[in-house]
Design a binder for this molecule. Structure first.
Ligand SMILES: [Zn+2]
Length: 196
């Protein structure tokens, strides 16, 4: 390879349309992740390392399997599903990353993201590893369409909208910038995997 080819990366902001996702503390997940993914799209575009694709530009709902199909059509080498978390217990907080067991690339990207989580959004526990018999069906279902197509993938939950402090952070422009940096650091792992 004499010239470097941009790595195609697929971004899938969750929900959309009638599926709002979590609504709490001034965050509506479907809008939040769409705006975030759009910002991420342009940051990735400007790195010249990545060729970003995005599942939805507006407020439509793309089914999980359709997202997988679009990712395949744009020859994605990696897929990132972007969500905001919720929990009945408002004390639960922090950024989380998930990947399927056996997905070494996803595992590498997730580890880099965790290492570079914004201060105040780090979690003390390690990210759960999604096995094929996962006890986390919601996460499992998001990652499955990529697994079926052998596309390495990570689901990132940026923080808990149900936690007041996390919600304030997610809405702060500085933290949003930091989260974009967190994701770039993670995706840079792909350079070592797919680069020359
Ligand atoms: Zn979600």
């Amino acid at each position: 390879m004499t010239t470097f080819e941009r790595i195609p990366v697929f971004l899938d902001p969750g929900h959309g349309g009638e599926h709002t996702g979590v609504v709490a503390n001034n965050i509506v997940e479907k809008f939040y992740v769409a705006t975030f993914a759009n910002a991420l799209y342009w940051v990735l575009h400007d790195t010249h390392w990545f060729r970003p694709h995005i599942s939805r530009g507006g407020d439509e709902n793309i089914s999980l399997d359709d997202a997988g199909e679009i990712a395949e059509k744009c020859s994605a080498k990696f897929a990132l599903a972007i969500h905001v978390n919720a929990n009945d217990d408002p004390r639960v907080s922090g950024m989380m990353t998930f990947y399927m067991s056996g997905d070494e690339i996803g595992s590498g990207v997730a580890a880099e993201m965790q290492r570079n989580a914004p201060p105040g959004l780090t979690r003390t526990s390690d990210s759960p590893i999604m096995g094929l018999q996962s006890a986390w069906p919601r996460v499992y279902n998001v990652l499955l369409p990529y697994r079926k197509r052998e596309i390495p993938a990570v689901l990132i939950e940026l923080g808990f909208a149900t936690n007041e402090k996390n919600a304030l952070m997610l809405n702060a422009p500085l933290v949003r910038q930091q989260l974009l940096g967190t994701i770039i650091r993670g995706l840079e792992h792909l350079k070592y995997v797919y680069g020359e």
